[in-house]
Design a binder for this molecule. Structure first.
Ligand code: WQD
Length: 342
């Protein structure tokens, strides 16, 4: 059987690399585009160590319109695209909005132009729960109001979804936007995982780097929120569960099971966990003592956000299977591997 060829942009990144593994496990031929701005070529080796099939790879910056067009001229057999390549640090986006608008929007536009030019009709987009802002009610459903973005990063996700919706409404393009909640964890083999550049902004990599002695102490940003233990609540989802959902969403489009040309799905566990619960779960799961202190709130943090996952459960037939403990254990195994800790 001829394997369908799928382009994964940002395929050497955290969620992208885990999705490439699941695509290959499902029999797809994968070609990765990555500009290596937030990923390393070693990830290709990690993927290959898991699947024994080296994915095709091209180093390419999707902001270069002519290079994007040339790529598609040379790769006319692509049947679907999963688009991860984007800048994703909320804080950085506040400091450098134009970098985010150029990188996250121009690249999407150039890709969609090539889809139109080459008759590529299946497009999976990496979106984020950040489009909901501070929700009016919980758990959050896909038809919850999209609030005005609290960062240029979040705004690029909202605008990208609008670009997709408008493009799908007047062309043969079919697209699914997947709104991730908080991805955590690593592949069980510890061959791939999260590789934050510099000081981690996200909670779990900061926890594992603190436990590994790379960071002195974890700062817990506030315990005076109106929640049970005073710390913020999030929906932490194992990155492998997230990756599998991408393959299912792609198959939905390839088999024309989509119910409209543009669909949106929340990808979360449906459970909220507080920062302090994550810290305690990490200590219990790994036996490591974590050095942390409570500090002031981080500006821009929402109090609580977690997903209503019924739509993805029912229509995609997908449900997160791994637990918080699975994720923290895998994250710690990965951290110990990259820091060469026994
Ligand atoms: C989680 C909780 C922090 C670090 C971000 C993006 C979102 C998505 C996921 C891309 C919060 C607390 C964190 C630390 C802490 N990314 N925390 N100490 O902010 O929910 O979401 O990543 O799509 O768009 O906004 O994730 O991991 O940064 O924070 O106390 O050192 O952990 O205050 O309550 P967040 P996070």
């Amino acid at each position: 059987m001829i394997m369908k060829k799928i382009l994964v942009t940002g395929g050497l990144g955290y969620i992208g690399s885990h999705t490439v593994v699941e695509l290959q496990n499902s029999g797809y031929q994968v070609i990765i585009i990555d500009n290596l701005s937030n990923a390393s070529l070693d990830v290709l080796e990690g993927i290959t160590n898991i699947t024994k099939t080296p994915p095709a790879f091209e180093r390419l910056d999707l902001r270069l319109k002519a290079d994007v067009a040339d790529f598609f001229k040379r790769n006319q057999d692509i049947e679907g695209i999963i688009h991860f390549a984007a800048s994703k640090a909320v804080g950085e986006s506040v400091q450098n909005p134009l970098l985010y608008y150029e990188n996250n929007l121009n690249t999407l536009i150039y890709l969609l132009q090539e889809c139109n030019a080459h008759g590529i009709e299946n497009f999976i987009f990496s979106s984020s729960c950040t489009v909901y802002g501070e929700p009016d009610s919980l758990p959050i459903t896909e038809d919850a109001p999209v609030k005005s973005a609290t960062s240029p990063y979040g705004n690029t996700k909202q605008i990208s979804e609008e670009i997709l919706k408008d493009t799908c409404s007047i062309s043969a393009l079919k697209s699914i936007a997947l709104r991730y909640f908080n991805p955590i964890g690593a592949h069980e083999t510890a061959e791939i995982g999260e590789l934050p550049a510099g000081v981690p902004q996200n909670l779990v990599p900061f926890i594992t780097q603190t436990a590994a002695g790379v960071r002195e102490q974890l700062s817990v940003f506030g315990d005076d929120y109106p929640t049970e233990d005073g710390s913020c609540i999030r929906d932490y989802i194992h990155v492998v569960d997230l990756a599998k959902a991408h393959v299912i969403a792609l198959q939905r489009l390839l088999s024309k099971k989509n119910q409209s040309n543009y669909e949106v799905f929340n990808l979360g566990t449906g459970r909220g966990s507080s920062v302090l619960e994550v810290v305690n779960s990490f200590e219990k799961t790994t036996g490591e003592n974590l050095n942390y202190k409570i500090v002031d709130r981080r500006p821009g943090d929402v109090i609580a956000v977690y997903a209503d996952t019924q739509k993805a459960n029912k229509e995609l037939g997908w449900k997160a299977e791994k637990t918080m403990e699975d994720a923290l254990k895998s994250a710690w195994k990965w951290e110990k591997k990259i820091r060469k800790i026994k």
